[in-house]
Design a protein around this ligand. Sequence first.
Ligand SMILES: [Ca+2]
Length: 327
Amino acid sequence: MKSKIFLLGAAAMLAVPAFAVPGQAAAMAACGLVNGGFEEPGGIRGQGYTTRDMPGWHSSARDGLIEVWGPGNRADPMNFTIPADSGSQYIEVNATSNSPVYQDIETVPGSTINWSLAHRARTGPYKRDVMRVRIGGVQQGPDMADGSDAWGHYKGSYTVPAGQTVTRLELVPVSSGTGYPSYGNFVDSVEVTCTTPAPPYGQPAPVVPVVPVVPPVMPLPPVPVVPPAPAGPAAPDAVLSGPVGKPLTGSVGTGGGAYGGPTYTVTDPSKLPPGVTIGSNGTVTGTPTKPGTYRVPVKACDGGNCSQGEAIIVIHDCPEPNPYATP
Ligand SMILES: [Ca+2]
């Protein structure tokens, strides 16, 4: 991805002279969208990792959380792994609520933003998650509806109005195939390029953001692989949800322990949803009796190494969707 941005930056410098001539081809420039593949922070395994500190991206949700998924995911209610469209990570836009995830991009007024992304559902293939893209507050094209069987790929373009030097690109969840607001709408591979219009004859070219071109680096000799030192287990950082009155199943565990499986302890049991327990192997069981969003502190220990995390359990007041409903 980086090399592509560098190439676009080089093209912009070559194609925009100080004074352009009529009929000149429009110049291409990278316009600053970062982390479009959601690969930072890296090293995420499994499902349900939430963060507020993701390079480039922010959430409009009240808790500000963005949910990242990585290799090895097998989240309830699906029982299979969904790979990334590109790289190894992607996000679930419906983290703890039905709220947009967005990034603000520096833009040249009058330029055209060409965007593309990949979208997929969490549960299906006949139950579809629905999402739309909004740029500068304007919906782009029809809603995108996908099942869980494959990534759908979408693209479009948007013209930046006069005077607009910062443009917001939003991933707006519309609905989840499960009916749960904390389930659905996977997104990966968000890419943006900008096309700057040629200026009128005799006018100076607009200032185009230019990414410095880095000379190619000679490949280094291979570094011998050193096995990592034993580390503590991954801290629980999971999001689970279910309706009142139905057994809740799932796990806060993401594995990664060095000594054959971490042991989980709820450090403040009063924070659990009434009726729900978390076992020492991370399994979540019980029938919730009261709706709400519960933030449960959980400690993971493995071989004497411990880490503290948090499981977010969302109990809905709505009935469970009928699994036999017509698609
Ligand atoms: Ca990715």
